[in-house]
Structures are given as structure tokens and as C-alpha cells.
Design a protein around this ligand. Sequence first.
Ligand code: NIG
Ligand code: FE
Length: 430
Amino acid sequence: MEGKTIQLLVHNIGTLVTLQGTAGPRTGLDMSEVGIVEHGAVAISDGEIVAVGREEEVRDQVKGLEIETELDAGGRLVTPGLVDPHTHLVHGGSREHELALKSKGVSYLEILAAGGGILSTVRATRQATEDELYRKAKDSLDKMLLFGATTVEAKSGYGLTVEDELKQLRVTKRLNETHPVDLVSTFMGAHAVPVEYRDRPDDYVDLVIEEMLPAVRAQGLAEFCDVFCEHGVFTIAQSRRILQVAKAMGFGIKIHADEIEPMGGAELAGELGCISAEHLLAASDEGLRAMQRAGTVAVCLPATSFNLRASHARARRMIELGVPVALSTDYNPGSSPTESLQLVMTLACLNLHMTPEEVITAMTINAACAIGRADRIGSLEVGKQADLVIFNATNLAYLPYHFGINHVDAVVKSGKIVVHEGQLVKERFS
Ligand code: NIG
Ligand code: FE
């Protein structure tokens, strides 16, 4: 600590949720242990946390050091920066016309089978220029940050040609370089079978394996590979092929599993050692046990099940079986057009029957584990990146309780105040 300058001291924190403890992922009862400190403070130097805990202890530790900026949290709630581990951030167009179809009872897979759904976003994404995709995604990323997200995973999967997939991934890379939010990139060429391959889906799987994956790897454009394993999309055998090759090439692997039909996707996630499996509404106990054995994080997406008017993931069962649960927006133009992790908090409490403590664990340390970042983010601990949120609330339960509004007052990203009084601090953006 000696000789350091304190870049930022966040003080007068009424309730400081640290998530200190196991590096995670947290399971079972540990999901309720969120490390609350009352009258807390966080001291930051060079973008990292150098002291965190009760204010008098933190002040003691930084005594004599120069403090550049002090931020008064006004006795309110502070949490680690929220982590959104599953989004389809970069895409063209929007699909508001599907709302009327949904409200008439037309299902998600029926819309897709009729050439709409994901395939309509594929048309819009192919038509869009890289700059258009960048501007649209940046607007959404700004919103995510305003709602408290400081790290966001972003998937491709609306290009479905080598060049259009690379185009989406380049946008993610550029956003990561220019926006305060950190992005984690996932290649998802196996998001749908494009119309030109409708009658020969295995040839498309060959294209993903033989051309897309090597190109993505050669250009260093993604860290993870994801597959939509679902009836009418990719089978278990096709998903296994793609993910095995991706894993052998050094990608971390993820799978959209058992979202609509129970297909054995969760079992496959466990078998292959996926870092995370997503959706899981129809996952069997056997599948969940396989995930538990492999340490696969279950990324639950309650905004999607709400919006599809589907059943809900069995989060309580997952927690009971010791599967680590994370939560995410699944932000995308079809099944979950929302950037708000705070809406997801409410839906997770009411529809997934999770407690506010489990919810914050699922959106911080467990979400960080789902994207391989738990060593840097997801908790407020000495040596970690200084990402935190000040909420206009005094306790955790208030966030999901008072729903449909934005409670964020300020966001600190790598020690810099990037949201202040609910507004973006524009000079922090390049
Ligand atoms: O995670 N389920 C597949 N993919 C996305 C939806 C994409 C879309 O409808 O455009 C999801 O829900
Ligand atoms: Fe998704």
C-alpha cells in the first residue's frame, strides 16, 4: 500500500455487498452468503481494489496516502458490478411484429420454422454495415451499463456465413476496445441453420467446423463457442461434433440446452465439460447432476421464459443439487429484448423462486465463473478489478421488489466513475 495514490475512495456505504469468500462458483447454501458489511468503504488504486470493508478500517489502511477523489455513497447499497454472461448484443433490426404473434399464441419454434425469428434477424444483420451494427450495439451496451452491468458476454450467430459471423465478432472487438464495459466474445455460428442449408444441415455443421471455427480462431475473435441445441435447430449429435472440435481448438464451450424440449442438452454439457449451459427449462435431474459433476454453471434466463410465456428453469432444484446458478438478460431481438438485469432480478425472485441474496450471487461471482472471469471480477476483494454499483436503495431486497425502474445511481468501472446520478459520464467513453 505504501507509496500508492488512492484514485477513488467510495465511502459512507450503508450496505456493502462484497461477495467475498470462495472464488466460486458458489453452490447450495453458499449462494446465500453474500458477505455484507455495514458502514463500508472501498479504496481503489490503478483500477484495482486495495482496501474494502468497514469504513474506519479502510480509512485506517489508507491513512497518509493521497486520495484523488472521494465518492459519497450516501448510506446506500453498493454491490460488485453486475455481470451479464449471456447476450446476443450485436445484431441488425428488431422484431416487434412478433409480439402480436406471441400474444395470439404462435410459438417461438413455429415462428422460426416459418422463416421468421432468428432467421429474420439474420437477414437484417447480413444487410447491415459494420458501422450500423456498431452503433446499434453501442446504444444497447450504454443501456446495460446504465442498469449496472460492467462486464457483458456477446455472442455472434446472426451472420451464419463465414464473413457475416466475422463481421459481428469484429463489432464486439471494436466495442470492447472503445466502451468502458468489458466484453467477452462467443462465436455462435451454430445459432440456426440458414435457409440456404435448410435441406442439408450437416453441410452447414461442416462449414461451422471446417471454415468458421478456424477463421475465428486465427483472427482471435472469440474465446468461447456456443451452440443452440434444440429440436428443429441443432441435434445432440451435431452439437457434440461442433463443441468437441471447438474444445480441441482451445475454445471454452457453452450450450443453449433443453430450452424448449428435453433433449439431453444438460447431459451433453456435463459430458463435454461445458463452462456453462443456458436456458435449461426442460433439463432433467439426470442432466443437472451431470452438470453438477462437471462444475458447469447453469445460466438461467427468466426474462426469456417470461417473454416466451414458457415454463421456468428449475432454479431451486439446481441449487438443491449443487449446480451453480447464474442469471443473465439473454438480451436479443427475439426471445428477450431487454437490457435490464434489474428486471431479471424481479423475475428470478418471483418466477424462479430465488432469494435476493441468491440473485446477486448469480449476477456477480457465478456469472463471472460462467465466462471464466472469476479471478478478476464478480466480488469486491483486494486485488480484483474495481467494478461496483451504487444503487438508490438501502438493502438488497429493495432492488427486485420495486420493479420496472432503474435503481442505479453510479457505476465505477476499473476505478473510474462512468455513470453518475444515473447518467453516462461521456468523457469516459472514447
Ligand atoms: O438465447 N434460443 C436461442 N437463441 C436466443 C434467441 C435468439 C433470437 O430469437 O433471436 C436465446 O433465446
Ligand atoms: Fe441466447
